[in-house]
Design a protein around this ligand. Structure first.
Ligand SMILES: [Zn+2]
Length: 358
């Protein structure tokens, strides 16, 4: 089995790069700008005006989750093929929709995240949701994004809970990659992790524990510091390359399980749900007490959920069964854990993590 590593063609990060380095985004003559109405007001209109000096820009506002209907709606806008590249500007939804539309139309894409809340920007994967907003599947593409441009002067304006969500998503990376490596499993590109991917995941972990808390404080005070820059890079680039080329395991499978519930849990972000999934994975793997305690301590400092109540879910067996059943469906990465992974084992892990996290 071959080792496979994937990455975007270029990654550009720094304050005001959307102004100073927007030439990186010029991938054709006519741009489909995938964004939403809020982001349009924050920075979309200004970017469109700047690009309009050299090329044509047609904005499209996404309305819902990255569902098949939403993607089809955008693909249909270009049936005549006039638009020859895509810019996805915004959060996870715009990025996931943009990557999917780029794949369906075989057009180059530049990704411009406006928050460091997930590690979706660099990967050749979209998460596809049902029209009701529930997790449906991952879509895999043969090509990584062409450009990822991260303007930290914009990211610093985003609410700090988004940065915290990105830290939580990124904290899962090393934990999951380590399992893939130990168990000889495959990454999301269908190959074994390279030494490079493992090194990236390790560095990601190190940066998050070193600068995470400081970066969130900087975000709250709108201070563009080296700690903030480091965490933005960890959340977007290190975590993005790490999870795709390193692999996922139980943490993300449990987040997918949480996504089938109704109710207040769905007001939580991807990262907040992944955070609890990571804790459950660490417990299931019987990692050293100190390592688990370090995670719980960092979560508490960052205000991340460490208990079922923190996820707004009751501890009723019926609820736990629903989560666990989804987390162990055939093909889920929870099966990468050593030993047999059953719904019962996931439930035991959730209850044990809940206990430790109190
Ligand atoms: Zn994730």
């Amino acid at each position: 089995m071959a080792k496979i590593f994937g990455s975007p063609n270029r990654y550009i990060q720094g304050p005001d790069v959307l102004k100073t380095d927007s030439h990186y985004l010029e991938l054709g003559q006519h741009c489909m700008l995938v964004t939403d109405e809020v982001v349009w007001e924050i920075c979309g209109r200004e970017l469109a005006q700047r690009l309009a000096n050299k090329l044509k820009v047609t904005p499209f506002f996404i309305k819902n989750q990255s569902s098949d209907e939403e993607i089809k709606r955008l693909v249909n806008h270009n049936l005549e093929g006039k638009m020859d590249f895509i810019i996805a500007l915004g959060g996870g939804k715009a990025i996931d929709v943009g990557k999917s539309v780029s794949h369906h139309l075989a057009l180059p894409i530049a990704i411009v995240p406006t928050a460091a809340s997930t590690d979706a920007s660099t990967s050749a994967i979209s998460v596809i949701y049902s029209s009701e907003g529930l997790f449906e599947r991952y879509s895999y593409y043969h090509k990584s994004p062409d450009i990822v441009l991260v303007d930290t002067a914009i990211i610093i304006q985003a609410p700090s809970f988004l940065l915290v969500s990105g830290i939580a998503d990124a904290l899962a990376t090393y934990v999951e990659v380590r399992t893939v490596l130990e168990e000889g499993k495959l990454n999301l590109l269908g190959g074994q992790p390279t030494i490079t991917a493992v090194a990236i995941a390790e560095k990601c972990h190190e940066i998050l524990f070193e600068y995470g808390v400081a970066a969130v404080a900087d975000n709250q005070e709108r201070r563009l510091t080296p700690a903030f820059e480091a965490i933005v890079e960890a959340n977007i680039l290190l975590s993005g390359l790490g999870f795709e080329s390193g692999g996922l395991a139980a943490a993300h499978a449990i987040q997918n399980g949480l996504s089938v519930l109704d109710g207040k849990v769905q007001t939580l972000s991807h990262g907040q749900k992944v955070a609890f999934g990571t804790l459950v994975q660490l417990v299931l793997e019987k990692r050293p007490d100190q390592e688990i305690a370090d995670f719980v301590s960092l979560y508490k400092q960052l205000g991340l959920p460490t208990t079922l109540a923190g996820l707004f879910i009751d501890g009723r067996m019926e609820t736990l069964k629903k989560i666990a059943k989804q987390a162990v469906v055939q093909g889920e990465t929870s099966h990468f854990l050593a030993g047999e992974v059953t719904a019962e084992r996931i439930i035991e892990g959730m209850l044990a993590a809940d206990n430790i996290g109190r």
